[in-house]
Structures are given as C-alpha cells and as structure tokens.
Design a protein around this ligand. Structure first.
Ligand SMILES: *Cc1c(COP(=O)(O)O)cnc(C)c1O
Length: 425
C-alpha cells in the first residue's frame, strides 16, 4: 500500500478498518480536555468499558450471596478460571487444557522453574537474551543461586553484535549448540521489551530440544500482540502478564501455558496447593495431592475473582475480534506509523532511528525509536500535548499503536504534534 501523510488519507484508512469502532469499547485518559493518543498499551493496556460490568457482577454476587457465590453466582467462583480455557487457548495457539490463569508473571516464572529448571552437575546452564527484562534477570540469578550455582557461570546471555540493535537468530542457534549438553533451559522474551524484536520461537524451541534442554518463553510483550502457536511449536512452558496488550488492569493475574506432553509426567516436581488438586475431590480435604490433569494442576491457591473479572472481559473481547484480524490491522497501522515517522524525520530532520526490525515477521506493534541528539525534551513535549509514550534510557521512545484501539487518524495527528515539537525545540 502507498501511504500518504495526510488527514484525508488517514480517515480513509479508518473508514475501511473493520476494527475502527472498537476504540469506543475503551476508556481513554484526557489531556487538555482531549482524549489522548495512547502508545503505551505495551506497558498498561487501556480499560475496556465492559471490564467494569464484569467486576460489578462479582461485587454484587459477593454482596448478595457471600460464601454461596462460590457455587451459586451466575459465574460461580470455584471454577471461574475455567471460562478462560477456550478463549485464552485460541489467543496463544494452545489446547484448552494447556492454559491456566494464576498469580502474577514473575511468580509464575519462579513456579515453572520448579518444574523445568532441574539442574545437574553436568547440565545446569540457562540461555537468555542480553538485557532481558530486569525482573527476569533477577529471577534467573536467584534461581541459579538457589540451586548452588554462580550466575556468571550458569547464565549464558546471547549478545547483540557490535553496532547492531537486534539479536541475530543464527547467534541464538549457535549459542544453543555451543552450550550443548550443559544446557538445561532456554528462556527468552518472545518479543523483546526494549526493541520490540520478535524471536523465531519455533526454530529456537526446536534447537533447544535438539541438545536436550527445556525451552520456555516469557510472553509479556507477545500475548495479544503476535501470532502464537505454542502447542505446535512444542514449547515446554510459557507465561505472560495480562495487563500489557491484554488490557486486564494494573498488576493483574498472569497466564501460563504448559504443554500437554508434560501433564501426566509425575517425575516433574511442582509446588502444590489445594486449587491444583483433583477438581471433583477438591473439597473432600484429602491429605494427598492428586493434581488436575492439565495446566490447572499447577494452580496453588483459590483465585482472586475480582482480578479475573476484568481479565475475562478482555479475553472475551479478544476472542470476539480474533488474533487474525488484529494482526492484519497491526501490520498496516504499524507500517503507517513507521511511514509517518520517516516522513517527519525527512521533513524536519528529527534525527531519529527506528531500532525495531523492519521485517514484519520480526516485530509486533511496537516501534522503538532511538533519538540521536536531544531526546528527553521531545518526550516531555509529546506527553504535555496528549501523546502518551514511554521513555527508556538512554534515549529511546517506545510507540505501540495497539490495533484494538488506535486509529489511523491518531497516527496522523501524532505526526503533526511530533513535527511541531521538533520545530519548536
Ligand atoms: C512486564 C514484564 C514483566 C513484569 O513482571 P511482573 O511479575 O508482572 O511484575 C516481566 N518480564 C517481562 C519480559 C516483562 O515485559
């Protein structure tokens, strides 16, 4: 498609966009009395208006039914989480029994390390990406120390080449081969939070398995953003948070995937609790743990229903739209943002560099822009003028034109604000 940086062109794209009206399903903050242009759905997704209805429902049931709500609410609480199995499994390319919701992201990483990081004196190393999200780095360090190893020895980072912004697939594969039979686990962010680079999860998972390692993925920036086929890719496990692209609300519950092939393996240790116990016999209060078959068997506590309610509202919205439609719009709107950024860079010498891969297969909806020269003042200008973006040291602004609630007109208007910001600096 040949793009134009004009209001009429943007409006024409909006008129052809089948998802355009979904903007009305969300609440937008306001700046200077106007709805903002929101580019930080990769950090905290906007609130779907229907989330409030779902939360109110639980509040009402609690008020009117109290303990009876566990079994007699319209959506009973005791198996409330099972409502996620179908829609959520479709979002991540899994069987319904392979997904569950529980806890929060880093907690779930730790819990799944119990099952999938089983170091031995020979095989104890973990491969991750250089500059992984800090929480993941702390998790790795504490895990290897917990098992009696030194992070400098046990954690192997895949580095970017000198002068490059992204990690090459060939370097990931070479590192997996090199570590070989010392490799216990590969655990990488499916989409890098800083650059927006998407890793080839299928190929990397295969390579990890070839040397006898488990392969897991942190999908914080992938779930609800890119196409996932976790089951077919033979991924061992994956986790994601739900408050980024999945719009479930601040700090909200995490999702997990555990491949079917591990469900019946009683050699895999796990930390257990009553909510993972055989569903039919859960309330018999038996002394011995008998796990539910499937990812639900990794649950520990009874679930925070007030947290699950907005997450369910959002997951149902995703199911209604479907990932295929979202991805189709994502590709166009991200390319349009890229086009507008390049036009303005050319027109007014913005002096910025997009460090996210240009290849569509290697990115989702985030574009990370490195500002050569003065960056922070431009960021401040954007924020003051109703464009919500996020700043990462040393000089990067991340833009996520989330397809579910961003319009092409938003992109055009953003471009005009950016241009004025550069010219008046
Ligand atoms: C956002 C994010 C987290 C956040 O972890 P919480 O446990 O939800 O606070 C962790 N890892 C990655 C890669 C992230 O992008």
């Amino acid at each position: 498609m040949t793009f134009e940086n004009s209001l009429s062109f943007a409006q024409q794209l909006d008129s052809q966009d089948l998802l355009h009206h979904y903007q009305n399903e969300f609440s937008f903050p306001q700046v200077n009395g106007k709805k903002v242009i929101y580019f930080t759905g990769n950090s905290l997704g906007l609130q779907p208006k229907r989330a409030k209805t779902y939360v109110d429902e639980v509040m009402n049931d609690w008020a009117t039914l109290a303990v009876e709500g566990h079994f007699y609410a319209e959506k009973p609480w005791w198996d409330y989480h099972e409502r996620f199995a179908n829609p959520l499994s479709q979002l991540v390319g899994a069987l319904p029994t392979e997904v569950t919701v529980m806890n929060t992201l880093t907690i779930n990483l730790h819990l799944l390390m119990v099952s999938f990081y089983r170091p031995t004196s020979k095989r104890y190393k973990i491969i991750c990406e250089e500059k992984a999200f800090p929480s993941d780095q702390y998790m790795f360090q504490s895990q290897v120390r917990f098992h009696g190893y030194e992070p400098e020895d046990a954690i192997v980072e895949i580095k970017r080449r000198e002068g490059e912004h992204n990690i090459r697939l060939e370097d990931v594969l070479a590192k997996i081969k090199e570590v070989g039979d010392e490799l216990a686990l590969v655990l990488i962010g499916g989409v890098n939070y800083y650059t927006g680079q998407v890793f080839d999860m299928k190929i990397i998972t295969e390579a990890g398995h070839q040397v006898g390692a488990y392969v897991g993925w942190d999908l914080a920036h992938a779930a609800g953003n890119i196409e996932l086929q976790l089951h077919d890719w033979q991924v061992d496990f994956a986790v994601w948070c739900s408050y980024k692209y999945m719009n479930s609300g601040p700090g909200n519950a995490s999702g997990c995937f555990i491949h079917e092939k591990h469900h019946a393996n009683s050699d895999l240790p796990r930390f257990a609790g009553w909510w993972g116990h055989n569903k039919e016999r859960r309330f018999k209060m038996e002394p011995l743990f008998d796990p539910v078959q499937g990812a639900d068997g990794w649950q520990i506590s009874n679930l925070p229903i007030l947290s699950l309610a907005p997450y369910l509202a959002s997951v149902e919205l995703f199911a209604e739209i479907g990932m295929a439609a979202l991805i189709a719009k994502r590709n166009t709107i991200t390319a349009y943002l890229e086009f507008v950024l390049c036009e303005i860079d050319r027109d007014v010498k913005g002096n910025f560099e997009i460090i996210t891969p240009t290849n569509q297969a290697e990115r989702g909806c985030q574009l990370s822009v490195f500002l050569h020269g003065e960056g922070r003042s431009l960021f401040d200008y954007l924020m003051k003028n109703g464009v919500i973006v996020d700043w990462r040291e040393p000089n990067v602004i991340r833009f996520a034109p989330v397809p579910m609630y961003t319009s092409y007109e938003d992109i055009y208007r953003f471009g005009q604000i950016l241009k004025t910001g550069i010219l008046t600096k």
